[in-house]
Design a protein around this ligand. Structure first.
Ligand SMILES: C[S@@+](CC[C@H](N)C(=O)[O-])C[C@H]1O[C@@H](n2cnc3c(N)ncnc32)[C@H](O)[C@@H]1O
Length: 232
């Protein structure tokens, strides 16, 4: 405990504020109790409770998955009897997690470390998919924050565009795309683009998303694409 306070003493004011906020935050406490690696798990849980996004025997690609709380949530829902963090193949489900950062193993999850925007990383996903189409694409990627809202917004929208392009290649007709974005002027343009590709688009700001954060989510349901388009 002393070490922890000593660490706090030597940190900058902004990281002290971050630590204080973490200590107060009820979702941080809950994540520790539920053994989730991050409080973000509750964002996916809330959206899943509302839209039933995560179902057994699905192919799911989680972009920006580190440290892995969304995958933990998915793994626990799809493989409820397995509670050990090991990489195993279970039923027809295929869960692929991608991130720039490493991710510790999670039951039934295939992990790729790499930049999702690079073709070499997407090729690794194609290889794992082995021509299977995808039921659900999750994009929780966040750029490194600069503190300049406009720059952060633009970078976030670039990640959204990239994940949408990927979704168009691999999603099944009727598939789902959940996409985080940082609010800003080009979000409506992106939303219009989504409208032309999915039957239903819903904007969501889960309760566990901090009020101060400008993040929001588009839940895009019923991808309308001919199965012969894109990936063969
Ligand atoms: C908010 S965190 C995701 C949290 C995760 N959903 C969870 O529940 O543990 C955002 C992640 O996006 C990742 N990220 C940002 N840009 C990326 C990129 N170009 N390729 C892959 N991952 C990226 C970051 O490394 C970071 O781990």
């Amino acid at each position: 405990m002393f070490k922890y306070y000593q660490q706090c003493y030597y940190t900058t004011t902004s990281s002290k504020r971050w630590i204080a906020r973490q200590i107060r935050d009820k979702y941080v406490k809950k994540a520790a109790q539920d053994n989730f690696r991050a409080r973000s798990a509750y964002k996916l849980q809330e959206l899943d409770n509302k839209y039933n996004l995560i179902t057994p025997n699905s192919v799911i690609v989680d972009c920006g998955a580190s440290p892995g709380s969304w995958c933990q949530y998915i793994s626990r829902k799809i493989f409820p009897s397995k509670n050990v963090d090991v990489d195993v193949n279970v039923d027809n489900s295929l869960i692929i997690a991608v991130d720039l950062l490493p991710i510790d193993p999670i039951t039934g999850v295939k992990i790729i470390q790499g930049d999702f925007t690079e073709l070499v990383t997407q090729q690794k996903i194609f290889d794992l998919l082995n021509k299977r189409h995808v039921d659900v694409i999750l994009n929780d990627m966040a750029p490194n924050f600069t503190g300049n809202h406009f720059v952060d917004h633009v970078r976030s929208m670039e990640l959204c565009e990239c994940s949408l392009t990927f979704a168009e290649l691999v999603l099944k007709p009727g598939g789902t795309f959940l996409c985080k974005f940082l609010m800003g002027e080009s979000e409506s343009e992106f939303r219009n683009k989504l409208k032309s590709k999915f039957k239903k688009i819903r904007y969501e700001k889960p309760h566990s998303s901090r009020n101060k954060s400008t993040e929001g989510y588009f839940v895009c349901l019923e991808f309308n694409k001919n199965v012969t388009d894109g990936m063969t």
